[in-house]
Design a protein around this ligand. Sequence first.
Ligand code: NAD
Length: 330
Amino acid sequence: MKMNSTIKVGILGFGGLGQAAARILNPKQEMTWVATADLKGYAYCETGLDPDQAIAAYYDQGSIGYCDPYGALSNNSIQDLLETKAVDGYFLALPNLPNTFMADVAKQFIGSGWRGVLVDALKRTSAVEQLLQIKDELAQAGITYLTGCGATPGLLTAAATIAAQSYAEIHSVKITFGVGIANWEAYRATIREDIAHLPGFDVETARGMSDAEVEAFLDKTNGILTLENMEHADDIMLELAGICDRDRVTVGGVVDTRNPKKPLSTNVKVTGRTFEGKISTHTFTLGDETSMAANVCGPAFGYLKAGMALHRRGIYGLFTAADMMPKFVK
Ligand code: NAD
């Protein structure tokens, strides 16, 4: 039995991250997964959806809308869900394709009159900039929106914010991630968005690639994507939090789309000068056994809980993972 005060959580997008998010919430007392929308439908159950049943409907029939008796098919699934169902907060596990998609979804929430907490795991700096442009509208609508709350940006950006406290001046923040997934199809949007960072690609070309084209491309690279100097919102988040200028932040990594073992250990290195004049580097390294899904969805719900506490105190608007401490969800 969940607690009476349990937070009713919706997950928008039911791909790799959305499904992992549902599994993470299942044993939690303080949160109940009540709603999800995918491209073709949505499902809602006030007392909690069953991840196994929902995932089976998604794979066997192509949409969570087939999750009987809680599902409905819709070409306007997000709008239908948010206008008709009671949900306290949403994790937006949606692809940001095109690069304006998440900001458009946020505007949909503002326009609907819904009030509550939104959390995303957005990656691009330019996508966070679009949200900054609507921060006053979010605040006026009674929405507490926490952006960049995945792994990077997210967990590692927050760790960099804490590490920075030892220094009088921050010289560099260097994030290097290693991701291993057994097959790219479990995380189509993540892989397309990563391809968009490679030389010769952009968001639109990656978005336009068919699954067969993505596969053919991955065949050429042996399933490995090596990413350097990515446009990653860790930079703007650390700048907004007053840690350092965005040009001191670099993000890169290696993604293996054919092996769940990480090709390298994900870490953030924060280099600075102490008040005594010493130059030093703090390194925060994630355990190799932790998956991308664990390191994205765990923090996202920690920030959702923090967002709920703000919302209850009447604090609305836009915040980033570098502005807040996540709270641990029991
Ligand atoms: P995915 O491709 O596996 O799944 C996407 C889901 O969204 C699908 O269920 C699809 O049906 C649904 N969807 C698409 N368009 C929709 C619409 N218009 N309305 C409703 N539902 C819609 O995606 P994924 O690989 O799980 O990635 C999700 C996002 O998470 C990506 O944007 C990715 O970049 C981001 N991500 C962030 C981090 C981080 O550390 N910050 C890490 C990994 C992934």
